[in-house]
Design a protein around this ligand. Structure first.
Ligand code: XLS
Ligand code: CA
Ligand code: CA
Length: 439
């Protein structure tokens, strides 16, 4: 593949060695070919590497700039670095056995002095990416446009008070969608990093809702125009960088799409860390999306509940992964989506070998979560529990209510005749034991 190896400490692809292995550079649970409920683990997860963290990460945090320079991040020009970084991405994915990657336009190619130059840079890198995808078999899970780093987007992109910035953002999305289409991307993501506001003293909320809808509609129209077949995804996040972000959570996004005639065109990309920032669990956000058949893809990471910000850590919590996998299994899987590691190594993990440990840990956590979810859902003591709890809706008065056959008068009559309902335990503690027993 590439002539230069950026990860010489890992000579051959990471293998599955089973739970007894003591090798930290091996999978203990993720066995790509193992079948669970009729699908291989590889098919369940469709894991992806997040270019911006894995390849571009430099240990920066909000109290310090980059702390290290990766082997591929030095070169004579921004384009030379971009090319090396792209090659490192493919080497990493191949060695990890990760079949997909995801990018923002400005991760893979540097922004130029003008819009035209930025487009030219992106086109050149996309050409190389296409070649490397072909050589390695690694595919693009999704592409997106970075509409939040450049100062021009300080007051938003699709919600900017200045129509000039709106126009720029649409032009950038157009080009990023072209790139995603050229690379056979299976999805295209919209994350509204600065689509929100800081203070109502300078904000026309209704106008911003209107222009945001127009922004998304423009993308929908362009998608149709070029025949891009990938799935559009919106990624909710309640705050950070803006104080009030419009795409607060799954429920808010679905309501917004419905209100603006955009519902059929989008699904949701649920990120675990954004769920907890919104005061929800990861599985809650997955459930809300899945309930409407809108669970499109997952950004697999975790926050730190002791820190109030988006730490984008690699997932290690088995309880959370298993809870999430129960929702994924019950909803029938992610379709064209996958599990993208929108996660970064900590500032103190400066060795590029740490990237391997991090991804292995994340993949094993989810693989184990899948096995636990399967055990829990197959447990005879559990599998009918929820169905039975709602049995009153399948016949008698419940079924008549759902069919709209019981108005308030009829229900008053029914209650007068049938008296007080009997209280039934929700058995939460018993179910928690069953869940823990499956771990
Ligand atoms: C930031 C988001 C971002 C999106 C893609 O918090 O997670 O990385 O996933 O723009
Ligand atoms: Ca994300
Ligand atoms: Ca995040």
């Amino acid at each position: 593949m590439t002539t230069q190896a950026f990860f010489p400490k890992v000579q051959s692809p990471i293998r599955f060695e089973g739970p007894k292995s003591k090798n930290p550079l091996a999978f203990k649970y993720y066995d790509a070919r193992k079948k669970v409920r009729g699908k291989t683990m590889a098919e369940h997860f469709r894991f992806a590497c997040a270019f911006w963290h894995t390849m571009k990460g430099n240990g920066a945090d909000m109290f310090g700039p980059g702390a290290w320079t990766r082997e591929w991040a030095a070169g004579a020009s921004p384009m030379e670095i971009a090319e090396k970084t792209l090659r490192a991405n493919f080497e990493f994915c191949v060695k990890m056995g990760i079949p997909f990657y995801c990018f923002h336009d400005r991760d893979i190619a540097p922004e130029g002095a003008t819009f035209a130059e930025s487009c030219k840079n992106l086109d050149a890198i996309v050409k190389l990416a296409k070649k490397l995808q072909k050589e390695t078999g690694i595919k693009l899970l999704w592409g997106t446009a970075n509409l939040f780093s450049n100062p021009r987007y300080t007051h938003g992109a699709g919600t900017n008070p200045d129509a000039h910035v709106f126009a720029y953002a649409v032009a950038q999305v157009k080009h990023a969608m072209d790139a995603t289409k050229t690379l056979g991307g299976e999805n295209y993501v919209f994350w509204g990093g600065r689509e929100g506001y800081e203070t109502l003293l300078n904000t026309n909320y209704s106008r911003e809702q209107e222009t945001f809808a127009r922004f998304l509609q423009t993308a929908v129209d362009y998608k149709k125009k070029i025949g891009f077949k990938g799935q559009f995804l919106i990624e909710p996040k309640p705050k950070e960088p803006s104080k009030h972000q419009y795409d607060f959570d799954s429920a808010t996004v679905l309501g917004f799409l419905r209100a603006h005639g955009l519902y059929e065109h989008f699904k949701i990309n649920v990120e675990a860390n954004h769920a907890t920032l919104a005061g929800h669990t990861f599985e809650h956000e997955l459930t809300v999306a899945a309930a409407e058949g809108k669970l499109g893809s997952i950004d697999a990471n975790t926050g730190d509940l002791m820190l109030g910000w988006d730490t984008d850590q690699f997932p290690t919590n088995l309880y959370s992964a298993a809870s999430a996998m129960m929702v994924v299994l019950e909803s029938g899987g992610l379709g064209t989506g996958g599990f993208n590691f929108d996660s970064k190594c900590r500032r103190g993990s400066m060795d590029s070998l740490d990237l391997f440990y991090a991804h292995i840990g994340g993949m094993d956590t989810f693989a184990r979560g899948l096995l636990v979810a399967d055990r829990m859902l197959s447990n005879k003591a559990y599998d009918k529990f929820v169905t039975n709890r709602y049995a009153s809706w399948t016949n008698g008065v419940g079924s008549a209510i759902l069919k709209g056959k019981m108005d308030a008068v009829a229900l008053e009559k029914w209650v007068l005749k049938n008296g007080e309902p009997k209280l039934t335990s929700g058995r939460q503690e018993m179910l928690e034991i069953l869940f823990n027993d499956s771990l």
